[in-house]
Design a protein around this ligand. Structure first.
Ligand code: NAD
Length: 493
């Protein structure tokens, strides 16, 4: 195996096509014990661009050993020092933003402009958590009976297993690593096999920023089930933080129950986007384009169902169709791209199946709607109208550039439709009547509501879902607490 490891630096002319290296364990690049590799493809060209190791159960347990060896030292590191190292991670990511964005575009396919946005968002988790690291404050109070004092300290929870998806290769990792490190925990990250290069590039960057060896370990594997089970069965592991599909999340919760491991779950979504008659049309269109087309629709928060009230329906449909038709669809690394390819051929097939199903039930295609021939996993920006409530796409994540629009008449009707899903991650509401916007926000069963805007994610805000979209929150001051355990001491003075 080619063990070459290249540092990603701004001025380097990095040859991603020969980017290949080991697992990152204990601050070193090590070969997988089975010497097997996983090819990494560019979704725009389908060409294999790199290979990463296929970690075995033994390798994963070696990563847990490394995290355990580093745990005490990191826990005892002063919060100020931890904070400064996290701040340095933010600075290095910001300095190398363009190179990291290229790498994300290359392995994920997303348009460079989306990749740039992701790097800024991902780096911000380090800045925010550098600030949080020195503000993890406990409590001190008098017991109600007056007999003693109640002292509460927030201790690092212990070794954390972090599992991330391919759709935000940088941000989903930093959204977990930064708060875990701020809290004083050491971690093993298992990124998605489709997009491992960004996770490894960032591992090298953390080391350069001063993160001690063993505090962050990164392993890739084609056997995530057995590898994760082995780590969760290790009594030294005390936390599982997972971002991915609801199906895998359910299985992992069952697995974590065997050793009663604290679990945070950021799972799938099925976001409604609601446009009331009194909405500002331009704001609603701008918001819908971001909510639908950021990452070409490959986002858990992506608007999956668009409900538009009768009075504004025709104008909204015409304007959105115009915008969707005008998008530049090309390789993510093309600076002009506004819609890159999907992650895999399987993802395109799923979108195609969902569109065909909707059409067979009466939906009409206003643009796109047809899987193109040729190289790369592309699917065109698509607008569908008259999508019936029983269409599969009303209940499943489309995860692609397809906007299904349905007309509605009343607030009660649209709230009932919006809540008719097992998911509850994000929702979007457009209205100039803020009182109505807030009322509808309260009635919608979702962890996050965007009111008159197309973006909810913010490192300073609690990100997460209700119902089967997950458990726990990332970001804000909630994010760090997920990686702590309160320790209560009853004190008689
Ligand atoms: P996925 O569930 O297939 O995979 C996610 C991760 O889990 C990957 O690293 C994968 O290798 C790993 N994995 C798969 N099977 C596993 C197993 N049996 N044991 C342990 N790990 C396993 O999801 P995906 O296709 O990579 O990502 C898309 C999904 O992620 C969508 O459902 C999307 O909504 C969701 N997502 C949610 C959020 C959020 O914050 N709520 C953010 C991004 C993506």
């Amino acid at each position: 195996m080619n063990m070459m490891h290249q540092h990603i630096e701004e001025d380097d002319d990095v040859d991603f096509h020969s980017f290949s290296h080991g697992l990152f364990i204990g601050g070193k690049w090590v070969e997988a014990s089975n010497a097997r590799q996983i090819p990494v493809a560019d979704p725009s060209t389908e060409a294999v661009i790199a290979a990463v190791p296929d970690a075995s159960v033994e390798d994963a347990l070696a990563a847990v050993d490394a995290a355990a060896a580093a745990a005490e030292g990191w826990r005892q590191t002063a919060p100020r020092k931890r904070s400064e190292i996290l701040r340095r991670c933010f600075e290095l990511m910001t300095e190398r933003a363009e190179t990291l964005a290229m790498l994300i575009s290359l392995e994920n396919g997303k348009a460079l402009r989306d990749a740039r946005g992701e790097v800024a968002y991902a780096a911000e988790f380090f800045r925010w958590n550098a600030e949080e690291a020195v503000r993890i404050v406990g409590d001190y109070s008098m017991a109600p009976a007056g007999a003693n004092r109640i002292l509460v300290d927030y201790e690092p929870i212990g070794i954390c297993v972090l599992i991330t998806p391919w759709n935000f290769p940088a941000a989903m990792a930093t959204r977990k690593i930064a708060p875990a490190l701020a809290a004083g925990c050491t971690v093993v990250l298992k990124p998605a096999t489709e997009t491992p290069l960004t996770a490894y590039a960032l591992a090298a960057l953390y080391k350069e920023a001063g993160v001690p060896d063993g505090v962050v370990n990164v392993i890739t594997t084609k056997s995530p089930g057995p590898v994760t089970s082995a780590m969760l069965a290790d009594p030294r592991v005390r936390k599982l933080s997972f971002t991915g599909s609801t199906g895998v999340g359910r299985n992992l919760l069952a697995e974590a129950s065997k050793t009663v491991i604290s679990s945070s779950m950021e799972l799938g979504g099925n976001a409604p986007l609601i446009v009331f008659d009194d909405a500002d049309l331009d704001t609603a269109i701008e918001g819908a384009m971001v909510a639908k087309m950021r990452n070409a629709g490959e986002a858990c928060t992506a608007a999956n169902r668009l409900y538009v009230q009768s009075g504004i329906y025709d104008r909204f449909v015409a304007a959105l169709t115009e915008r969707m038709k005008g998008l530049v669809v090309s390789a993510g690394t093309d600076p002009a791209s506004e819609c890159g390819p999907m992650i895999t051929a399987k993802a395109v097939d799923k979108i195609d199946r969902l569109v065909e199903d909707a059409v067979s039930r009466g939906a009409k295609v206003l643009c796109g709607g047809k899987k193109p021939d040729g190289v790369g996993f592309f699917y065109p920006p698509t607008v569908l109208v008259d999508v019936p409530a029983d269409a599969e796409m009303a209940h499943e994540e489309i995860f692609g550039p397809v906007a299904p629009i349905t007309r509605f008449e009343t607030e009660d009707e649209v709230v009932a439709r919006a809540n008719d899903t097992e998911y509850g991650l994000a929702a979007y509401v457009f209205t100039k009547d803020i009182a109505r916007g807030l009322k509808v926000s309260r009635r919608i069963e979702a962890g996050m509501i965007a009111l008159n805007r197309g973006l909810v994610s913010d490192p300073a805000a609690p990100f997460g879902g209700v119902k089967q979209s997950g458990l726990g929150r990332e970001g804000g001051s909630h994010g760090v607490l997920e990686f702590t355990e309160p320790k209560y001491v009853a004190v008689t003075l």
